[in-house]
Design a protein around this ligand. Structure first.
Ligand SMILES: [Cu+2]
Length: 286
């Protein structure tokens, strides 16, 4: 297209120079009509028809359900202010629930089903493909086919409230085998739920489990992100902070000061050792 556009541009410029510098006398009406018919109508119609045909020919491979390649992995993503609920359905295995991070196998087509709990959000991983809205009450689909391993950034691309810009997520693309090891480990409850008993007790005393699920414990809430295996995630708060004790403790005490409008209530009374204890327990959920 760049070469075609350049050729047409040079032809038009040459023609205008010719008309304005060298051939400065009137031409017949008949000749003028011919120029309009060929250069103004026939030529653009031929070029645009060619481009349209090419685009239509490309389209089937962009459809989510290209028949030539059935997706083995389906990922359901639900947007909420300001975080992502993620469910993996890998062929043959039990579904795995996670949040705020997406892991994908490389070199295969993956189908996403997208919806929202509240506002209209938009799912976008710029390095991997186009964006698609998450709309309450309906399910939109998009498919992606990552080809290169690595860590990418995904981002909510539709204004959804004051912390819209802080609604992101890391995307890790890995080899199929590596992905299977990873997802297999997520089918079991987190390791470490019985460690750090003080932090664990505080988590239940504060009733964090009414909003958060930790597989293998009685924490089964769903109003906030799933915290099973959170210790091994790359970031917390939907791509907001590096995942370490300090940021976990800060987030637990006052999420709203890090993310304005956050739907998680603040717990200022936990500041200090208590928040640090809960952070230690969570960080141990590998
Ligand atoms: Cu959003």
């Amino acid at each position: 297209m760049a070469f075609g556009a350049a050729a047409i541009w040079f032809a038009v410029v040459a023609l205008s120079l010719y008309a304005s510098r060298w051939k400065r006398h009137a031409i017949s009406e008949d000749a003028a009509s011919k120029v309009i018919l060929w250069a103004g109508v026939a030529f653009p119609v031929a070029v645009l028809t060619g481009l349209l045909t090419y685009a239509l020919w490309l389209m089937p491979s962009l459809r989510p359900f290209a028949d030539n390649e059935r997706a083995r992995l389906h990922v359901d993503v639900t947007g909420s202010q300001f975080w992502w609920h993620v469910v993996y359905r890998d062929e043959g295995g039990e579904a795995v629930i996670s949040a705020n991070e997406i892991r994908l196998p490389a070199n295969e087509r993956i189908e996403f089903s997208l919806t929202s709990n509240d506002m209209i959000h938009s799912f976008w991983i710029p390095s991997l493909g186009g964006k698609m809205d998450l709309i309450p009450g309906r399910t939109n689909r998009i498919s992606l086919r990552p080809t290169r391993q690595g860590v990418y950034r995904g981002q909510c691309a539709e204004f959804c409230g004051s912390s819209h810009a802080l609604m992101a997520f890391p995307v890790v693309v890995m080899e199929r085998g590596e992905f299977e090891t990873w997802i297999e480990a997520r089918r079991d409850p987190s390791a470490g739920t019985e460690n750090n008993v003080d932090g664990r007790a505080l988590f239940f005393r504060e009733d964090c489990g009414s909003c958060h699920r930790v597989a293998g414990t009685r924490a089964q809430g769903s109003a906030g992100p799933d915290l099973s295996h959170i210790g091994s995630r790359l970031s917390i708060g939907a791509g907001l902070l590096d995942n370490n004790h300090e940021s976990l403790a800060r987030f637990i005490v006052h999420p709203g000061s890090l993310k304005s409008g956050s739907q998680m209530p603040a717990s200022p009374h936990l500041a200090g050792v208590e928040a640090a204890g809960i952070a230690t327990w969570l960080k141990g959920l590998e």
